[in-house]
Ligand binder design. Structure first.
Ligand code: FES
Length: 581
């Protein structure tokens, strides 16, 4: 039975008849719409086809999306081959290094742009083309709220480069080489030379950073075509996936395969498993929580931690391992990983193909010999990459990427060396006067959702220069911020509630003792409750605010890390459940 509008009991409009502009005369609205689009040379025959919108995030400010013209051409070809009419439109595009103060500050704005443009313009399905870190979650959040059939296409990873015979890629090697430069192990000439090699082509970062993580999670959620996560940006495989994505969008429009049928609790559970097994970016948790919130689901962080105990890290990619995304693709991509993870997955979860994840794993056929995806019997790390910590320093939880931390620091007690905010950090971290040893714990406040604002990736606090020169490679670091998925170290992140709203982190002082125990999942401030209460009374926190504009909207409505740092009014009005169920 066809779906009908509640208001007039008419069959639901499709194609160009959808969402007619309000002139008070629908016949005239359609007449005018067709007149205008015919001005672009379309025929009546073209205008009767199912319309597939394409969210075009090409931007000169976003080299991670530098293959957008070729992708658009391929997606449009796929749509037309399948009998649809492609209509692309621009949305906000966000690049990590070109976004002030931080890309996360703009993710929700991009999600609103995506949602409202899907709602406002006539389309029966939408192809979302994203790639750089925040773009894919923003698109999935927006599409989840808009509710029509939607399919994600990522731009694909960049190629690796070569520096003095060593293979390099953004951005784990960017950080590694910058660390060497700070430690005075390499000179000005070498840091300039490697700068030419770290990003060898357009496309997203070549390691298991946030972009690669979200590409894999999108496929695990069932939101991208099987095999869609791993082809590099400049390959024929990427263009073929783009063509197939366009064709599949037309099929989804015919089948009315709306996004709510795919973004189910089982799909999110699969994504959580995959996040753990790929040693994925810690940002993946925040984004999954935000996407889930749009369909009324809460991610249970304690359950994620429990799942981590029986989910080994299988993917040998930097920063947890050795390889790059192009190696993962040659090793079979997500099919190889999912085959290995099969006993832990919810195989009945539906995907954009209209088939289940289990059926897609079967269709991918048998595996082959390769060295990038390890077997469950011989993982690169025995437990999931991410552990969830709790304690009086983080009553709402905190996380650590244990797979890329120093094993010798995972059980550690030390003296706090406190930086009040990012500016204070920049001012003092390299000072010879900084009172710090390798046994201390660096604490950075005010980089949470409201603090900076936008929860910047400043949680990767650099090793103080005086220690770096001594050869110190890792030190325990704690903040309410995030860190790039390309970074590594013993780094506690997402401390909730954040310091800017008066979380306990706000009251840590230089010299306090802090205890980190990853085995006990503990992060504790060894200061009495009376002393903390007296500090709170002496210097209460003033919560940041703004008078106008997007910053006001952000500061008034942004949620904490455990809710995905989404705006409270963008979450689904009703909570339907928790993931896993
Ligand atoms: Fe765009 Fe890394 S900067 S994916």
């Amino acid at each position: 039975m066809s779906r009908r509008n509640q208001s007039d009991d008419q069959p639901e409009a499709t194609g160009l008849k959808k969402g007619l502009t309000s002139y008070g005369d629908n016949g005239f609205s359609l007449f005018l719409r067709k007149a205008f689009i015919k001005g672009a040379g379309y025929s009546d025959s073209a205008l009767t086809r199912p319309v597939v919108g394409i969210a075009n995030t090409g931007s000169a400010y976003n080299p991670c999306h530098g293959n957008m013209p070729q992708l658009l051409e391929a997606v449009k070809r796929g749509i037309m081959l399948a009998g649809g009419l492609p209509l692309d439109f621009p949305t906000i595009s966000i690049h990590e290094s070109f976004s002030y103060p931080t890309s996360m500050y703009l993710r929700n704005l991009m999600s609103m742009d995506t949602e409202e443009m899907i709602r406002a313009q006539p389309m029966d399905a939408i192809v979302l083309i994203g790639g750089c870190d925040k773009t894919v979650p923003a698109q999935l959040m927006g599409a989840a709220s808009a509710g029509i059939p939607a399919i994600e296409l990522v731009t694909g990873s960049m190629l690796t480069g070569s520096h003095r015979s060593e293979r390099v890629g953004a951005c784990t090697d960017c950080r590694r080489y910058w660390g060497k430069y700070r430690a005075q192990e390499i000179d000005d000439q070498e840091i300039a030379d490697v700068n030419n090699q770290l990003v060898a082509s357009v496309g997203t970062c070549s390691v298991m950073g946030t972009a690669s993580t979200m590409a894999c999670l999108s496929e695990a959620l069932g939101m991208s075509l099987p095999g869609g996560a791993s082809p590099p940006a400049v390959t024929a495989d990427r263009m073929r996936i783009a063509e197939l994505t366009g064709a599949q969008a037309v099929q989804m429009a015919h089948d009315k395969l709306t996004i709510d049928k795919i973004l189910t609790p089982d799909a999110f559970e699969n994504a959580m498993r995959v996040l753990l097994a790929i040693g994925g970016s810690t940002n993946g948790i925040v984004h999954l929580a935000a996407i889930a919130g749009r369909v009324g689901l809460d991610i249970d962080l304690q359950a994620l931690d429990r799942m981590g105990k029986d989910t080994p890290v299988l993917l040998d990619l930097k920063p947890s391992g050795q390889h790059y995304m192009e190696d993962f693709h040659k090793a079979g991509g997500m099919a190889t990983l999912l085959r290995e993870l099969k006993p832990l997955l919810k195989l009945d979860a539906l995907t954009v193909t209209g088939r289940t994840l289990g059926e897609e794993i079967e269709r991918a056929g048998p595996g082959f010999a390769q060295t990038v995806v390890k077997s469950a019997a011989e993982p690169i790390y025995p437990q999931g990459g991410i552990a969830v910590l709790q304690g009086n320093l983080a009553p709402g939880g905190a996380i650590i990427k244990q797979s890329s931390a120093d094993a010798g620091l995972m059980e550690h007690e030390g003296r706090a060396v406190v930086f009040e905010d990012a500016a204070d950090l920049a001012l003092r971290i390299d000072s010879d006067e900084l009172d710090v040893t390798a046994d201390d714990i660096l604490v950075l406040k005010n980089i949470g959702p409201k603090g900076a604002p936008g929860m910047p990736e400043a949680g990767y606090i650099p090793i103080p220069r005086k220690l770096a020169i001594q050869g110190v490679k890792d030190i325990v670091r704690i903040s309410d911020g995030r860190m790039s998925g390309t970074a590594f170290g013993t780094i506690v992140l997402h401390v909730t509630p954040e310091s800017a709203i008066g979380g306990p982190l706000a009251y840590v002082q230089n010299g306090d003792r802090i205890r980190l125990s990853v085995s006990r999942r503990e992060i504790s401030l060894l200061v009495s409750e009376q002393e903390l209460a007296s500090r709170r009374e002496r210097a209460p926190v003033v919560v940041p605010s703004a008078e106008r504009g997007y910053k006001k909207l952000f500061l008034d409505t942004v949620t904490q890390a455990d809710k995905g740092v989404d705006f409270d009014f963008l979450r689904a009005p009703q909570t339907k459940g928790t993931v896993p169920r």
